[in-house]
Ligand binder design. Structure first.
Ligand code: HEM
Length: 346
C-alpha cells in the first residue's frame, strides 16, 4: 500500500514537472516559506538553469515528504493549485518584442508572444446581397471614391485602336484588322458601299399598247381552257412543221405569223397587238426559228404559259417529215403532216 502511494506521488511529480504550467512561479511563491526565492531570469539560458534548480528543489522536497507525510503533501499541492488560465480568444495576433516580456517580469516566456490587435484599415468583405450597380440613365449625386484597398476595375477593351497605340505586333494587327475600304471624300462611314455600276441603263423599247391590249387582257383572252388561238380549223391535231412550211407564215400579205421557240411552233398572230415590244420587233422572228433572238431580249418571259393557246405543233426537219409521210401513206392514215393539211387549207 505504501509502495502504491509512493509510486503515485512520483508519477504526479514527474507529470507536474513535464507540464510546467504558467502559474508555476506563483505556486512556488506559495511555498516561499520552505523554498528560497530565485532571482528573475533575464535570458533564455538563465531561465533553463533556474528550471533545473527548481526541479532539483522540488525533487528534494518530495523526497522529504515521502519520508514524513506524503499523502498530506499531495493533497496540499492540489488544493493550492490555481485553475489554468483561459485560452486566448481566436483573433488577429501580433508578435510582441521579447524585451517587453522581460521588462514585464514574465521571465518564463522566452519566445515571441502573439496578442490580439485591431487593424487600422477595414478588411474588405464580400457578400451575395451586394447592392445593384448604379444605372446609367438615373442621375446620381457624386459619390466618394472607393477605399484605396479595393482593386480598381480593369480598363475597357477597345475594339479598334490606332495602329500607333496598339500593343499588338504589326503583323497581328494587319491580320486581325482589315484595312478600311477606300471611299470617296465626303462619304460617311455609315453609308453603304456603292452596289450599282455607273453603266447607264438601256432605254426602254416598250411601245404604247392600244386600249384592251394590256398584258392582263392577253392573260384573260388566252387563259381560258377552251381558248383556241392557233388559226387552224377546230379539232386539228398538233402538226409536224418542216422549215419549208414554216417560212410561208411570215405575218405579211395576209399570212399568219409563225415562229419556233425551243422546238415548238407558235402562231404569234393573235399576240401581235399585245406585244409590249411592238409589232415590228415581234415580226423579226416570223417564218423562222426565233429562239436565239427571244433569249437575247427577254429570256425571263414565260412564253410557254403565255402562248399555250397558240401552239401549232412541233418543228421537224424535211427528212423527218418525208419519212413520216411515207409511213402514213403506207398504212393509209393521216399522220398530221402539216404540209398536206396546210395545202388543203389554202
Ligand atoms: C422573238 C421575237 C421577239 C422580239 C424581237 C421581241 C422584242 C421585244 C422588245 C424589243 C421588247 C421591249 C424590251 C424593253 O422593254 O426593253 C419586248 C418586250 C416584251 N416582249 Fe418581246 N419580242 C419577241 C417575242 C416575244 C414573244 C414570243 C413574247 C411572248 C409571247 C414576248 C413578250 C414580251 C413581253 C412580255 C415584253 C415585256 C417585257 C418587260 O416588260 O420586261 N416577246 N419584246
Amino acid at each position: 500500500m505504501a509502495l502504491l502511494g509512493i509510486s503515485l506521488i512520483v508519477a504526479s511529480v514527474v507529470l507536474f514537472c513535464m507540464r510546467r504550467p504558467r502559474w508555476l512561479p506563483s505556486l512556488f511563491g506559495s511555498f516561499s516559506s520552505s523554498t528560497p526565492q530565485l532571482p528573475p531570469a533575464s535570458s533564455s539560458s538563465s531561465s533553463s538553469d533556474s528550471d533545473r534548480k527548481e526541479q532539483a528543489i522540488i525533487h528534494d522536497e518530495n523526497h522529504k515528504d515521502e519520508k514524513q507525510a506524503a499523502p498530506t503533501a499531495v493533497e496540499r499541492d492540489r488544493a493550492a493549485m490555481p485553475p489554468p488560465p483561459p485560452p486566448p480568444p481566436p483573433s488577429a495576433f501580433v508578435v510582441t518584442d521579447p524585451s517587453e516580456s522581460a521588462t514585464t517580469g514574465d521571465d518564463e516566456q522566452t519566445t515571441p508572444k502573439a496578442s490580439a490587435a485591431t487593424l487600422s484599415t477595414p478588411v474588405p468583405s464580400f457578400s451575395l446581397s451586394a447592392p445593384a450597380p448604379p444605372s446609367v440613365s438615373a442621375p446620381r449625386a457624386p459619390q466618394p471614391p472607393p477605399p484605396s484597398n479595393l482593386m480598381p476595375p480593369p480598363p475597357r477593351p477597345s475594339a479598334l485602336r490606332p495602329s500607333g497605340s496598339s500593343s499588338l505586333s504589326p503583323a497581328a494587327t494587319t491580320s486581325r484588322l482589315s484595312p478600311a475600304p477606300a471611299r470617296g471624300p465626303g462619304c460617311s462611314t455609315l453609308a453603304p458601299p456603292p452596289t450599282h455600276s455607273s453603266k447607264p441603263a438601256k432605254p426602254s423599247r416598250q411601245v404604247i399598247l392600244t386600249p384592251g391590249h394590256s398584258p392582263l387582257d392577253w392573260a384573260r383572252l388566252s387563259g381560258s381552257p377552251n381558248a383556241d388561238l392557233r388559226g387552224l380549223p377546230p379539232g386539228t391535231p398538233y402538226l409536224k412543221v418542216p422549215p419549208s412550211l414554216l417560212k410561208k407564215y411570215t405575218g405579211r400579205k395576209g399570212k399568219d405569223c409563225w415562229t419556233v421557240l425551243n422546238g415548238k411552233v407558235y402562231n404569234l398572230t393573235p399576240y401581235i397587238p399585245f406585244h409590249p415590244g411592238g409589232e415590228p420587233e415581234l415580226l423579226r422572228c416570223a417564218g423562222r426559228d426565233g429562239t436565239k433572238l427571244f433569249g437575247e431580249i427577254h429570256p425571263w418571259v414565260n412564253y410557254e404559259g403565255m402562248l399555250a393557246a397558240c401552239l401549232i405543233g412541233i418543228f421537224v426537219t424535211e427528212e423527218e417529215e418525208q419519212a413520216m409521210a411515207k409511213a402514213a401513206a403506207a398504212v393509209g392514215v393521216s399522220t398530221g403532216s402539216a404540209e398536206g393539211d396546210m395545202e388543203a387549207m389554202d
